[in-house]
Unconditional design. Structure first.
Length: 342
């Protein structure tokens, strides 16, 4: 009887192993991946894709550290979060030669400071984060961070902020003209005070419906990604993306190979699939962002090149990537964020 149970157990384990060879579990931003592309991958490979979503880099990191490692094969963190995840030992290394299409990575994204040599990641999409304004509701100057942090009376109570620590605090630093990872006590105190005052003018923190609340008119201002803003404008022409004179956030999202990926070989296949120009162009056409792969031009919607959300005017401030702070400094910024969300 014991032998029979052992044999049955071995058979069950073997069956589970075989089934796992046809699976891929992806941890991904919401509203960012066309379902048709996942279906194409399944049709080409026989691999079924399960996708869970998150609404911020910080939420993704917290979920993985709380037990998600060993569940997911791939995740899609922003540039600064790749560096953080690598430092915390969450990323697997992609060996030389494992990605047949690695040569398709655009030169400017092939050796980024947050992942030198692309040992753990491939480029996915790039864009910016600022805010959009319904110019039917407000006709003044929108290209200033005052709109978020010191708004005119007619916009008070009509502002949605992204529920994203990195981006909100980076925009706040640009607004104040201070370093993102300041260690100056006076600057940090002033940052905390400014945010507490600004919060009194905000209606909500919401990333999932950042586009919808603008289109519906629930708010007149919304912190938002440029691609989401382009989609919002397509539904409501008066929604205008701002390029503040003080600056705005720029980012590159990346697909990373997670340590303890249960379907590692399939993860590599999916990364290679996304490095094919036609496939990553499908993501750009859907999400309205740029990508980091060469040879995509013939597959891209021509309108992408002229989107106002992707073409900052000459008078716009400089774009800034989110910076990674040392542990002690980050703890202070974490507390400022906790204070803000109370």
């Amino acid at each position: 009887m014991k032998l029979l149970n052992s044999t049955a157990l071995a058979t069950a384990l073997f069956a589970t192993s075989v089934a796992a060879e046809g699976e891929l579990v992806l941890y991904h931003w919401f509203g960012y991946m066309p379902q048709e592309l996942l279906e194409k991958f399944t049709a080409e490979t026989g691999i079924n894709v399960t996708m869970d979503t998150y609404d911020s880099n910080e939420a993704m990191l917290a979920s993985l550290k709380a037990g998600g490692m060993g569940t997911y094969d791939l995740a899609v963190p922003g540039d600064y979060m790749v560096e953080i995840m690598e430092g915390e030992g969450l990323l697997d290394t992609i060996a030389d030669g494992e990605l047949a299409n690695k040569g398709n990575i655009a030169p400017e994204w092939a050796d980024p400071s947050f992942d030198p040599g692309r040992k753990h990641s491939i480029p996915y999409q790039w864009g910016s984060t600022a805010f959009a304004v319904d110019t039917d509701a407000f006709s003044g100057n929108i290209n200033t961070t005052d709109i978020l942090f010191n708004p005119p009376a007619e916009l008070s109570g009509k502002i949605n902020m992204l529920d994203s620590q990195g981006e909100v605090l980076a925009m706040a630093a640009l607004h104040m003209g201070i370093p993102q990872c300041s260690t100056d006590r006076a600057q940090l105190s002033a940052l905390n005070d400014m945010l507490q005052e600004a919060k009194t003018h905000w209606a909500s923190f919401n990333s999932d419906t950042a586009k919808e609340v603008l289109v519906s008119g629930d708010v007149d201002v919304g912190m938002i990604y440029d691609g989401f803003s382009a989609k919002a404008r397509a539904e409501k022409a008066s929604i205008t993306y701002a390029f503040p004179a003080e600056g705005y956030v720029v980012w590159m999202d990346n697909v990373v190979l997670l340590n303890d990926a249960p379907n590692r070989d399939n993860a590599i296949k999916f990364m290679d699939f996304l490095l094919e120009p036609e496939n990553i162009a499908a993501v750009s056409n859907y999400a309205r962002y740029g990508n980091g792969v060469t040879g995509t031009g013939e597959f891209l919607d021509p309108e992408l090149a002229t989107l106002p959300e992707s073409n900052p005017p000459a008078e716009a401030g400089a774009g800034a990537f989110i910076q990674v702070c040392d542990e002690a400094t980050q703890a202070v910024y974490d507390q400022i964020w906790v204070n803000l969300k109370k």
